[in-house]
Design a protein around this ligand. Structure first.
Ligand code: FES
Ligand code: FES
Length: 218
């Protein structure tokens, strides 16, 4: 930080942890999160408020963190994609993957339904989706598309993302009524492999294509 830059000391709670940091007045929240707090799950795409990649929750409301200065959030609460696992654990909705990572049902939904493609846009989609499900437990297709209209993916379609949110909504509804969720298993059990079969020709690949195993000349 340059000595000539005006600075402000901010006290902010991020993912339940309080930080007191001196920051340049002109530093954007997205840069503050990534550079000053080391929370690199929030990504910077356009930095002009158009892509939604940088979306975080500001006092519970989804906001584009490239449109806020860090100095503006003094005394406030921020939730980033890193906080979803803690939320899931606090609410008893955590899911484990085969590598032991704890995921929120939304994250599992994106994984299972191929809603995620790259690390740039996905955190923003997740945070906007989380805010939507906080307000509307059972959004329909149009409501999901409308809520996500500020998030841009430049390389794929949106159908899988919508299906991911619908899957998570059903999972969370199942958790609420004690039915054990909608993991896709008929017995309602939560799978630990992300729901991808490891049997048969698909060999566990999420895309279920029959890739050659090679090595034997066949
Ligand atoms: S980086 Fe903030 S909206 Fe694109
Ligand atoms: S921009 Fe991330 S998958 Fe398209």
């Amino acid at each position: 930080m340059s000595k000539s830059e005006p600075t402000t000391t901010v006290t902010v709670t991020v993912n339940g942890e309080e930080y007191v940091k001196e920051t340049e007045d002109r530093k954007l929240l997205v840069h503050f999160l990534r550079e000053d707090l080391g929370l690199t799950g929030t990504h910077q795409g356009c930095v002009v408020g158009k892509c939604g990649a940088c979306t975080v929750l500001h006092d519970g409301t989804p906001k584009k963190s490239c449109m806020l200065y860090a100095a503006q959030i003094d005394g406030d609460e921020i939730t980033t994609v890193e906080g979803l696992a803690d939320i899931a654990e606090a609410e008893g909705n955590e899911m484990e993957t085969r590598d032991g990572a704890t995921l929120h049902p939304l994250q599992m939904g994106f994984k299972r339904n191929h809603g995620l493609q790259c690390g740039f846009c996905t955190p923003g989609f997740l945070m906007t989706s989380y805010a939507l499900l906080q307000e509307n437990e059972d959004p329909d297709d149009d409501e999901i598309r409308s809520a996500l209209s500020g998030n841009i993916c430049r390389c794929t379609g949106y159908n899988s993302i919508v299906e991911s949110v619908e899957w998570a909504a059903a999972e969370l509804a199942g958790a609420d009524d004690g039915a054990g969720g909608s993991d896709g298993n008929e017995d309602g059990a939560v799978s630990t492999d992300g729901g991808f079969s490891t049997d048969g020709a698909a060999g566990g690949c999420p895309c279920r294509r029959d890739y050659p195993t090679g090595g034997d000349g066949e």
